[in-house]
Design a protein around this ligand. Structure first.
Ligand SMILES: C[S@@+](CC[C@H](N)C(=O)[O-])C[C@H]1O[C@@H](n2cnc3c(N)ncnc32)[C@H](O)[C@@H]1O
Length: 243
């Protein structure tokens, strides 16, 4: 896989960059940086950024390819779990960012405490809202199961309040919905949580997609007009929070 194929910058990245408060002297840590679509944009605006990710080496390899290709001097990467990030393990940063990377973390409380502790100035958490993955949820509804969602934004927001942190919260108004080349592409790229499905249930996915995805005549892609990306930015300044 080549980095240019995967680190696609879209409407979300633009909106996120508008919201972040960054200074050219800032140090930033990007929790769950993936292949670095956000990391590289931030690197243009700050002094230093450390991207951490625990995925199989591929994601960080793609970011490293980009760093080498563009000769970027102020990005460092580290393979580690977000759950292991603390003052002891990484030190302090002016800005802490987690972009779309908190959805698999079960013990979110300690992660929130550590994120707050290591930040000198701001913490920004861009997380998925409850209206994501509507097609997948509709499929689960049809087979009579609950869709296994992780810590949605309201849970994180409430947890922060319980920790004495009073964050700001903003919904991104993203226009685009997910688009697919064909049914196979949708089957692969949607978030089915296959571990929770039996073989017979998995066999029902493609017929369900045939029924629910519509062809967009303008671009020839498959989509579902109800399928909106729901991202929420939860953020706070260290100056304005009290324990
Ligand atoms: C959807 S991608 C987001 C990438 C990038 N931050 C962005 O917004 O474009 C989520 C990334 O978070 C990483 N991630 C998820 N849970 C993690 C964890 N517990 N520790 C470290 N990385 C994690 C994944 O490996 C993946 O690269």
């Amino acid at each position: 896989m080549h980095f240019e194929k995967i680190a696609v910058k879209d409407e979300y990245h633009e909106k996120l960059m508008e919201k972040l408060v960054l200074d050219e002297t800032d140090t930033v840590i990007d929790l769950g940086c993936g292949e670095g679509a956000v990391t590289t944009l931030i690197a243009e605006k700050v002094s230093k950024i450390l991207g951490i990710d625990s995925s199989p080496p591929m994601m960080l390899d793609l970011l490293q390819q980009r760093i080498d290709h563009d000769n970027i001097k102020n990005i460092e990467t580290k393979k580690m779990k977000i759950e292991d990030v603390s003052i002891e393990s990484v030190g302090k940063f002016d800005v802490v960012l987690a972009s779309r990377s908190f959805m698999g973390i079960h013990d979110i409380k300690d992660v929130l405490i550590n994120s707050n502790e290591i930040a000198n100035k701001y913490v920004f958490l861009a997380v998925f809202g409850r209206r994501n993955w509507r097609i997948e949820k509709k499929f689960y509804e049809e087979i009579g199961k609950d869709y296994p969602d992780f810590a949605p934004h309201d849970y994180i927001f409430n947890m922060l309040i319980n920790l004495g942190i009073y964050p700001n919260i903003e919904h991104f108004d993203l226009k685009g919905n997910r688009k697919y080349d064909d049914i196979e592409d949708a089957f692969i790229r949607m978030k089915w949580k296959m571990n929770n499905l039996s073989e017979e249930e998995v066999d029902k996915i493609k017929p369900f997609l045939e029924e629910n995805l519509k062809l967009n005549k303008e671009d020839g892609k498959l989509e579902n007009p109800l399928d909106k990306s729901d991202l929420v930015l939860i953020w706070w300044s260290k100056d304005s929070f009290n324990w």
